[in-house]
Design a protein around this ligand. Structure first.
Ligand code: AFP
Length: 340
């Protein structure tokens, strides 16, 4: 019998145990972030279960549809949003919330307020739900700047001020990827245990990749550096091998692949959308935070993504993120273009 392997199989590092271990390294920590994260995890488990049974339970469909019992059906993204808001409010650790689904920020009621602000997209890539493509939840966490009553400026801050960020991928398996500022760690949901188990400790994005990921349907509208980058990716000179194109159209899935296999994911600015499509607070920042924590880079076409100071909660930003050297190449092209 292989006792070492057996010991590893039975000594499970759950996400809660992992975060508690990290907390114990900071004697001043009060456990608030641990509690907040456990509520986010609960939301992810709920959404994972709902995504898995969506077809069966007829959860898919337009918000406002009624089912056979005459009950109103909720679209999966509406339902996910409700679950996360309730989980965060009941944690007693959240203060200001920004959700992709809500036009304005949400302030947790005074009696349940805590020190953290959470920005999140409860179900990103929702246009992919009906065809069974991987989708995900993205979140970023700030600590209140000061005082007890949160204000909108507590979330209108650069991504580098986040204290944690992560995403949950609802794919062939359900995976939660998290950074609390000490590298990136991936946890896979064991459906039998109902627990996220550490399966990908210390994730590092390869220094250089062989994949580029972009919606090429927008190529007509791209600026010169983006056009040039993709041209070189397809027709490299000096005997290099062309890069492969992979694009799912679901940011969590595209970024997850980029973290694991390397390469570059981009949603650039173009003539139609001068600020790109993706939202700064709950798409660009958390993913940029994770990619940097994994040793990669994230660039907007002008500056380091995590340095941008948002003016509005639903602001958009172009983004190029992934392997350090691949992002360096696009930065060089922007510098050479004189657009900076
Ligand atoms: P949906 O939530 O509308 O499906 O949008 C997904 C998304 O915000 C992000 O997850 C993708 O990376 C990106 O949009 C895809 O955009 P395009 O369809 O324009 O390529």
């Amino acid at each position: 019998m292989d006792h070492a392997a057996d010991a590893q199989r039975t000594d499970l590092m759950t996400l809660t145990r992992f975060v508690l271990n990290e907390q114990s390294k900071h004697p001043e920590a009060r456990g608030d972030l641990t509690i907040l994260l456990s509520h986010i995890v609960l939301g992810c488990k709920f959404v994972c279960a709902a995504v898995n049974k969506a077809g069966l339970a007829k959860l898919i469909g337009l918000a406002g549809d009624t089912n056979i019992q005459g009950e109103e059906q909720k679209k999966l993204d509406v339902l996910s949003n409700e679950v996360f808001i309730k989980a965060l409010c009941s944690s007693g650790r959240a203060n200001v919330l920004v959700s992709e689904e809500n036009e304005t920020e949400i302030y947790v009621e005074t009696s349940r307020r805590g020190r953290y602000c959470v920005v999140f997209d409860p179900l990103d890539g929702s246009s992919n739900i009906d065809c069974g493509v991987s989708i995900g939840t993205i979140f970023g966490i700030y600590m209140l700047k000061d005082g007890k009553a949160g204000v909108v400026s507590d979330v209108l801050r650069p991504g580098k001020e986040m204290v944690a960020a992560g995403y949950c991928l609802y794919g062939s398996s359900c995976m939660l990827v998290l950074s609390i500022g000490n590298g990136v760690h991936g946890f896979t949901l064991d459906p039998a245990l109902g627990e996220f188990i550490l399966t990908h400790p210390v994730m590092r994005v390869p220094r250089k990749g062989k994949i580029y990921s972009v919606n090429e349907g927008n190529a007509k509208h791209w600026d010169e550096p983006t056009k040039k980058y993709v041209e070189i990716a397809k027709f490299p000179t000096g005997g290099s091998v062309p890069k492969s194109l992979r694009y799912i159209g679901s940011m969590v899935a595209d970024v997850h692949r980029t973290l694991l296999y390397g390469g570059i994911f981009m949603y650039p600015a173009d003539k139609k959308s001068p600020n790109g499509k993706l939202r700064l607070l709950y798409e660009v920042f958390p993913m940029a935070y994770l990619v940097e924590q994994a040793g990669g880079q994230a660039f907007t076409g002008k500056e380091r993504a995590l340095d941008v100071v948002p003016k509005k909660i639903h602001e958009r930003s172009p983004i190029f993120l992934g392997s350090f050297e691949d992002v360096e190449e696009i930065k060089t092209l922007y510098h050479a273009s004189g657009l900076l």
